[in-house]
Design a protein around this ligand. Sequence first.
Ligand SMILES: Nc1ncnc2c1ncn2[C@@H]1O[C@H](COP(=O)(O)OP(=O)(O)OP(=O)(O)O)[C@@H](O)[C@H]1O
Length: 263
Amino acid sequence: MLIGLVRNPIVLRAQLLSKRFGGRLACHDVSLEIASGEIIAIVGESGSGKTTLLSCLGGHLRPDAGIVEIQDKDNRLHPIWSLQEEQRVGLLRSQVGFIHQRPQDGLQANISAGANIIEPLALAGLRKFSQMRCIAKEWLEQVEIHPGRVDDLPGSFSGGMQQRLQIARVLVKRPRLLLMDEPTGGLDVSVQARILDLLRRLVCDLPVAVVLVTHDLGVARMLADRLYVLKSGTIVEHGLADQVLDDPHHPYTQLLVSSVLRA
Ligand SMILES: Nc1ncnc2c1ncn2[C@@H]1O[C@H](COP(=O)(O)OP(=O)(O)OP(=O)(O)O)[C@@H](O)[C@H]1O
């Protein structure tokens, strides 16, 4: 008897996605899928369509063509743009987390660090204050922020700490799908390395599928299992991260890799 490889369930599937802005095709016939426990990176130079694609995958931007399916809590895939708005918003809110490049875009500036972490749980119905405060402190520790800072406002934290706080706020609701747009983009190299280490550890501990958008091949190599290379809105190459980076086949990927080596 043949015993097949058991693959984790698919959390996100996109088929033939296209998005145009006026006469400009930002994303063209993109298909990809990602299973629970996997990290994929979408790489490409500035303007190649990474953010547009991520916005289409995360339900922020309606594609002009194609299908995006996201898994619900019962492991069923739903085509998000065919759902009623209320169902779509509910599915995205409960199953998808988004880490922005600028932590300010993902945090509430006027509430404490602890309140930032527990707000998503409160919105989901958790009401016990003492329990929520404990969860907030546990998550602060998870992201290497002293729990004594639970009542401080995010603005009193450094850029790296704010990014770690944003990560806690997103992961506390244990999303099945985590989307990240240049999560270490604006940070110093040493701060970047710490955040990448932290992200790798946290996502390994969770059954989450991660889509990372980055122009930085070093970040992609460090985090991703698989890579999709985007050029002018089209996927020109994809495969295992090490394979694509060590032995790029498409001339555009070769150019990207060689420009890093030259830098
Ligand atoms: N809201 C918009 N209106 C018009 N054109 C847009 C819009 N958003 C993106 N574009 C265009 O779509 C193309 C892809 O842009 P996108 O921001 O997705 O690329 P990117 O790879 O994320 O770039 P970067 O790394 O610089 O953020 C670009 O030509 C851009 O000018």
